[in-house]
Design a protein around this ligand. Structure first.
Ligand code: ZN
Length: 351
C-alpha cells in the first residue's frame, strides 16, 4: 500500500473551469449509494447488505416533487444485487435520475488487498488493483443498467495519483471526488482542506471535469481556514472544543452541503458565503443508508428521518425558489461548461 499523496500533486495538471458570471446558481444532488455498514467498526468485506435501498424512493419522490434529477453514484453491492439496483434502475430508465460509479474497495472485487483504513481509500491502492476494481464495477453497472457510467466518485473521497489515467482509460468524463475543506490524512486519506469549490478540467487533454462536493470554511477567519483548523486539531487543542468555540464566535466554521450533521441554517450560510465569493455551482450530497433509521450515525429514529428529509426539502426549495437557482446534472453541467471553455492557444506558426 502506498502512502496517501496530496490531491494537489495527483491533480497538479488541472485548470479552473470558467463559469459564466451571469449563470444562475446551479444545484447538483449526489447520493453516495451503497451498502449499510457499521460506520464505527473496521471495514468488512462481507458487509454487503443493501436492504436500505428499499427506502430510496422516499428521497426520489422528494426530488421528483421539487424538479431535481439526483445522481446516484453506486458501488458494487448496489450494482450487483437486484435488491440494490431495482428502484434506481427504474428511476434512471424513466429519466428521473442519473447513475454514476462509486468505488468502495473493501466490497469491490477483486479482493486482494489487506482491508485497512488506508486501503479503504481507493486512490491508495496499487495502480493495477485500483484499475481492476473500477473496471469490474464499471462493467457491472454497464451490464445491469444498459449504460456505461461516465460519472465517478471515489469512496471516501479517495482520489489518488493513478485515478486520472484510470478514468480516462475507462471512458469517464466527470469526477465528483473532491471534498474541499476536509482533511482525511489522520486516517490515511487525502487532504482536501485547501481545495477550492470551483470546477476544474483535468486529464491529458483536459476533457475530464472535476465537480467538488460543496464544503468550505465560513466566517471572518475563513481565509485562514485550513491552517487555523490544522492548529485547532493539534493537541492540546482539539477541533471538537476549539472548533465549537470558533464557530460560536462566528469566526470559523467548516461546513458541508449535506443533511448529515448540518442543518438548514448551515446550508444557507455556506451557500451565501460561497455565492459572495463568486461560486455558482453547488453539490449537495448524502448517503443512501441515511434513508433508513439506524443505518448511519445521522439518522437513528423515524423522527430524525423526518427532520432529515425536511432539511433536504427546505434547502432545495430555498435554492430553487428564493435564490432563483436551477437544478442540473453533472452531464448537463459539463455540456454547458464545454461551450464556455476558453479555447487553447493556437500552436505556434511554423518558422
Ligand atoms: Zn461511500
Amino acid at each position: 500500500m502506498q502512502a496517501a499523496t496530496s490531491p494537489e500533486s495527483s491533480l497538479a495538471e488541472r485548470e479552473e473551469a470558467s463559469v459564466p458570471r451571469n449563470l444562475a446558481p446551479q444545484l447538483l444532488v449526489v447520493v453516495d449509494t451503497e451498502e449499510e455498514f457499521d460506520w464505527s467498526a473496521p471495514f468488512d468485506s462481507s458487509a454487503r447488505s443493501v436492504e436500505a435501498m428499499e427506502d430510496i424512493g422516499l428521497f426520489q419522490h422528494l426530488c421528483d416533487e421539487v424538479g431535481i434529477r439526483p445522481t446516484y453514484v453506486i458501488d458494487h453491492p448496489v450494482a450487483s444485487q437486484e435488491r440494490g439496483r431495482r428502484l434506481i434502475g427504474e428511476f434512471a430508465s424513466e429519466g428521473r435520475a442519473v447513475i454514476g460509479a462509486h468505488l468502495h474497495p473493501w466490497v469491490s472485487p477483486p479482493f486482494e488487498e489487506q482491508v485497512t483504513s488506508a486501503s479503504s481509500y481507493p486512490g491508495n491502492l496499487p495502480a493495477d488493483l485500483e484499475a481492476r476494481k473500477l473496471e469490474t464495477l464499471t462493467t457491472t453497472i454497464e451490464e445491469n443498467f444498459s449504460r456505461r457510467p461516465t460519472i465517478y466518485k471515489a469512496g471516501r473521497y479517495g482520489f489518488g495519483p493513478h485515478t486520472t489515467a484510470l478514468l480516462e482509460d475507462l471512458g469517464y468524463t466527470i469526477d465528483l471526488s473532491a471534498c474541499p475543506a476536509f482533511d482525511f490524512t489522520a486516517d490515511g486519506g487525502p487532504d482536501w482542506s485547501r481545495w477550492s469549490a470551483a470546477p476544474y478540467w483535468f486529464g491529458a487533454d483536459r476533457h475530464l471535469l472535476g465537480l467538488p462536493t460543496t464544503g468550505a470554511f465560513v466566517g471572518w477567519l475563513s481565509r485562514a481556514g485550513a491552517s487555523v483548523h490544522r492548529a485547532a486539531s493539534r493537541p492540546p487543542l482539539s477541533w471538537a472544543h476549539s472548533g465549537a468555540l470558533l464557530s460560536r464566535s462566528g469566526a470559523l466554521e467548516r461546513l458541508m452541503l449535506s443533511p448529515e450533521g448540518y442543518r438548514h441554517a448551515h446550508h444557507r450560510r455556506l451557500t451565501e458565503s460561497l455565492l459572495a465569493r463568486g461560486v455558482r455551482i453547488f453539490s449537495f450530497s448524502l448517503h443512501s443508508p441515511s434513508l433508513r433509521p439506524g443505518c448511519t450515525p445521522y439518522v437513528r429514529s423515524q423522527a430524525q428521518l423526518e427532520r432529515f428529509i425536511r432539511s433536504c426539502r427546505q434547502y432545495f426549495e430555498w435554492f430553487l425558489e428564493t435564490l432563483g437557482g436551477e437544478a442540473t446534472t453533472p452531464e448537463e453541467l459539463r455540456e454547458r461548461l464545454v461551450t464556455t471553455r476558453t479555447p487553447p492557444p493556437p500552436p505556434p506558426a511554423p518558422a
